[in-house]
Design a protein around this ligand. Structure first.
Ligand code: ADP
Ligand code: MG
Length: 238
């Protein structure tokens, strides 16, 4: 579990600012959703937290220690992508094992961790298959499993359900929330889907044009949206 802090975080691409001066504290064990329209900077912000993108200015702290200069592997976070990003030539077992070998997990721990994650996600029967032999929902479970086995301080999800059909999306939402309750880990979840944000989050951060428009619990944002944009976006009347 980790507490995260962003202080004056900015990002520009080729001189064009896309993230402006973000200050944000994310509580240990919280389920925080970054929500906002396409292009508002959700992925960029998440990728800076993960270390996949450098900050242009500002600081990121994990549990009080500055981490924005650290490589992704040294930050203790695991990211789950919309595209699953499984290795096609490896079996599911090998996909789950790969990150553990990279982070030099003691050999005796590897199999039990994979078995535990496979049990949690109900993918134990798929371990010998290759990614091409899985459905979209099964692939996304494996992608989440690959994060779980690392026992990260925080999970970072970037629109993980966008490629799934509507019915499966609703089911997986429930499973991810259940996983959060079970593990108690800090989770940051990016989506452009208002329903996902309202039903999954304990804290919602509404982003617009690279700035935080408002943050709070779903109930607070619904009852007291700061402006028309938040009200319109989260679907409450004003
Ligand atoms: P979101 O995830 O909310 O849809 P992004 O973080 O992907 O938004 O993008 C925010 C803005 O930054 C967009 O205008 C996008 O075009 C731009 N952007 C993102 N990544 C890059 C990049 N590698 N190079 C140039 N511009 C980028
Ligand atoms: Mg995105």
């Amino acid at each position: 579990m980790a507490r995260l802090e962003l202080k004056g975080v900015r990002k520009s691409f080729g001189g064009t600012p896309v993230i402006h001066d973000i200050d944000l504290a994310i509580d240990e064990g919280s389920f925080t959703v970054f929500v906002g329209p396409s292009g508002c900077g959700k992925s960029t912000l998440l990728r800076m937290i993960a270390g996949l993108e450098e900050v242009s200015a500002g600081e990121i702290h994990i549990d009080g220690a500055r981490c924005d200069h650290l490589l992704p592997s040294a930050r203790g976070m695991a990211m789950v992508f919309q595209s699953y990003a499984l290795y096609p030539h490896m079996s599911i077992y090998e996909n789950l094992r790969f990150g553990l070998v990279c982070q030099k997990t003691p050999k005796a721990e590897i199999k039990p961790r994979i078995e535990r994650a496979a049990d949690i996600l109900q993918i134990a029967h798929l371990l010998d298959r290759k990614p091409a032999q899985l459905s979209g929902g099964q692939s996304q479970r494996v992608a989440i499993g690959r994060a779980i086995v690392k026992e990260p301080k925080a999970f970072l999800f970037d629109e993980p359900l966008s490629n799934l059909d509507a019915e499966l999306r609703v089911k997986m939402r429930g499973e991810i929330v259940a996983l959060h309750r079970r593990l108690g880990s800090t989770m940051i979840y990016v989506t452009h889907d208002q329903v996902e944000a309202m039903t999954m989050a304990d804290t919602i951060v509404v982003l617009r044009n690279g700035r935080i428009e408002q943050s709070g619990t779903p109930a607070e944002l619904y009852a007291r949206p700061k402006n028309q944009f938040v009200a319109g976006f989260l679907g409450s009347p004003q």
